[in-house]
Structure formats: C-alpha cells, structure tokens
Design a protein around this ligand. Structure first.
Ligand code: ZN
Ligand code: ZN
Length: 185
C-alpha cells in the first residue's frame, strides 16, 4: 500500500513540477519577446525590422536573441540623438571662434590686432567706426569707400588707438611685419 501512495504522490509532484517548469519557460519566452521588442524599438524606427526581430526571437528563442544581439544597431536612437547634439554644439563652438591668421591663437571678434603676434586682423571705417575685414574696399555699414591699400590708410589712423594697448616692434613698417607673420604660419 505504501508504495502505491508514494507512486501517486511522485506522479503529483512530477505534474506540479512540469506545470511549474512550463509556466516558467512560457514566462521567460514572453519576457524575451518583450525585452527584444523594447530594445529594437529604441534602436530603429523601421517597423519591418521590428517584426522580423520579434519573429526571430519568437521562433528561435535564445539562439534568436543571440543573433539579434550580434546584429542589432550599436547605438540607440537616444544615444544617436545625443551624439548629434554634441557634434552640433562642438561645431558651433568652433564656428564662434576666430583664429589669428598670423599665429593661430584664438582671438575675439572685436579685436583689431592680434595681441600675441601683432598681426592686423581688422580695420576701422573712418566714417562710422565699424570694424571691417582687411580686404574690403568699401564699408558695408555706411557705404564709405575705404581708400588705398587695406593695410595703409586706416592702419595709420588707428595707430593712436592701437598704440595704447599694443606695442609694435616695428611701428614704421607694419605692412612688412604683417606679411612676415602670415608667411611664418
Ligand atoms: Zn597672432
Ligand atoms: Zn562705415
């Protein structure tokens, strides 16, 4: 009698265990599908790829998941977006910086002369006082023609401004100094 009872209870235990195991496998399978769906959605917006990946994992389970992990896009959409933002910020930072043509130092937009190598960067309009690029022959702000060589007339007029802050090594030949500086670079 005792052996019968033991067999019965063993059978019960086996049924319980297999039911439990089946439920566990089903839950695992669903979790894998759910995780994969969430992951693939964060990496691509392509619906066809979503469906293909879900089918792959639904049919092959863990080996399918392994294939997906090998082939999935490396960065998520959010990471790609963050990277684009960082690149744009870097780019605008570079664009907002001006570099001395003479020595390559970072200079500011309102400077007339590079304080490091004394290269002239901009000139001043005699009429309206706006800063002009050296090659300009006419002021874009007040339409006054800038006479003569871009480096001579205005250069002399500005000398008094500049002398306060910048000490030219050769004040009598600023043109030569400037062209030397450009050649050196
Ligand atoms: Zn410089
Ligand atoms: Zn002007």
């Amino acid at each position: 009698m005792e052996t019968f009872i033991d067999l019965d209870s063993l059978g019960d235990i086996f049924v319980y265990l297999s039911t439990f195991f089946g439920a566990f496998v089903a839950a695992l399978w669903l979790s894998l599908l759910f995780w994969t769906y969430r992951d693939v959605r964060s990496r691509t917006r392509d619906r066809i790829i979503h469906i293909l990946v879900i089918l792959l994992v639904a049919l092959l389970n863990l080996p399918g998941l392994l294939i997906y992990l090998i082939l999935r896009p490396k960065v998520t959409l959010y990471e790609a977006y963050q990277r684009t933002l960082e690149e744009e910020a870097l780019l605008s930072e570079i664009e907002s910086k001006k570099v001395c043509p003479g020595c390559g130092s970072t200079i500011q937009f309102l400077w007339q002369v590079c304080p490091y190598c004394h290269t002239r960067i901009q000139k001043v309009c005699a009429q309206c006082g706006q800063l002009l690029e050296l090659p300009w022959q006419i002021c874009p702000y007040c339409a006054t023609p800038v006479h003569g060589s871009p480096h001579t007339v205005v250069e002399l007029e500005e000398a008094s401004h500049v002398a306060e802050t910048v000490d030219f090594e050769e004040p009598s030949q600023p043109d030569d100094q400037e062209s030397k500086n450009i050649e050196d670079s």
